[in-house]
Design a protein around this ligand. Structure first.
Ligand SMILES: [Zn+2]
Length: 332
């Protein structure tokens, strides 16, 4: 028994070292070395999480002699945030399932024995406050272990933005309303139909480089009237500039929509979608499998826009989440 404990302790320490190096890659590398522009608030949220991760990793080390299944997750998440969480146990784990607030958290095994990862997200419009994370760990002997945490969803303190557009975009005709309703119905059905298989494994990349003309989360006013907050980032580039797929996936929807113009949605599996709006042309069709870096479309100025740009958005289990957060995630 003593020898078994020693082996488990050694295994746990090895896994801890791997996890710490993973989180260094995930967070510190991005804070100090990544050239991608980010709002200061984003850097702050990553930093806070990195500190929490290091403290939790330390706990894994110090409690290794009484080794049990460990959950590594942040204590807080901002509105519109998405981050990686890990479950680290012995090789007996066969399945991990979870939920956060009203949404599922899907888990996948990693290259590290007994280690699983999941994505945790909070909607851009989530009410700030404490939400419950519940995880069920199933072992090969049929036993189940329940792990629960309380995580604080914090106010993103997003700035406001005032835009002036032609009347057509704020006063809708009966025909426009019919179109808007139909767009919402089709897109809503798409988000609810989460596919099981995870289609990506590499870190996400930006679909286009360029000046950020509108940030994620802005509280928007069109012609002085409040509208939905900005659910993606706008990257300004001339019409016709190629747009790359940020990761592997399947083209789930290609549609000309009222607000977002020519729109393309990629399903990456397990409720994770990326979307590309205001395109001039599509380079792929619905049902196509795409790989990271492949040209999927071209920048345009279709739909409700003030100039040519790409709107890049991310949804996770129906939550509107920050594209900046998704490109920071590194899978163990
Ligand atoms: Zn936009």
């Amino acid at each position: 028994m003593w020898i078994r404990n020693q082996i488990l302790t050694k295994e746990a320490s090895k896994t801890s070292v791997k996890l710490i190096s993973l989180f260094f890659k995930n967070y510190f590398f991005n804070i100090y070395f990544s050239k991608a522009p980010r709002p200061p608030q984003h850097q702050q949220r990553i930093f806070v999480f990195a500190i929490s991760v290091l403290l939790l990793s330390h706990l894994v080390f110090s409690s290794a002699s009484t080794y049990a299944t460990e959950l590594t997750c942040p204590k807080e998440i901002f509105q519109g945030g998405i981050t990686i969480i890990t479950i680290c146990g012995d090789g007996d784990i066969i399945e991990v399932k979870g939920s956060f607030d009203t949404r599922d958290v899907y888990f996948n095994s990693t290259s590290l024995s007994g280690t699983y990862f999941g994505l945790l997200s909070a909607n851009l419009t989530a009410k700030p406050g404490i939400k419950r994370l519940n995880i069920t760990v199933k072992k090969s002997d049929g036993t189940k272990e329940m792990i629960g945490r309380e995580i604080m969803v914090k106010d993103g303190n997003f700035k406001t933005q005032h835009l002036t557009v032609s009347k057509k975009w704020v006063q809708y005709s009966a025909e426009d309303l019919k179109r808007i309703k139909e767009d919402n119905r089709i897109v809503g059905a798409l988000y609810r139909k989460a596919t099981g298989t995870m289609l990506w494994s590499k870190p996400f990349i930006m679909p286009l480089e360029g000046r950020i003309s509108s940030e994620f989360g802005l509280r928007r006013f069109f012609n002085g009237k409040p509208r939905a907050p900005h659910s993606g980032i706008d990257i300004a580039q001339p019409s016709g500039t190629p747009v790359s797929s940020p990761n592997d996936g399947r083209v789930a929807l290609v549609r000309d929509m009222f607000f977002s113009g020519n729109s393309l949605f990629i399903d990456h599996g397990q409720g994770l979608y990326t979307m590309f709006f205001h395109l001039s042309e599509f380079a792929v069709s619905e049902g196509d499998m795409v790989i990271q870096g492949q040209t999927i479309a071209f920048v345009g100025a279709t739909g409700r826009v003030t100039g040519a740009h790409l709107h890049f958005g991310v949804r996770h289990t129906r939550n509107k989440v920050s594209p900046w957060d998704i490109v920071n995630i590194v899978v163990p």
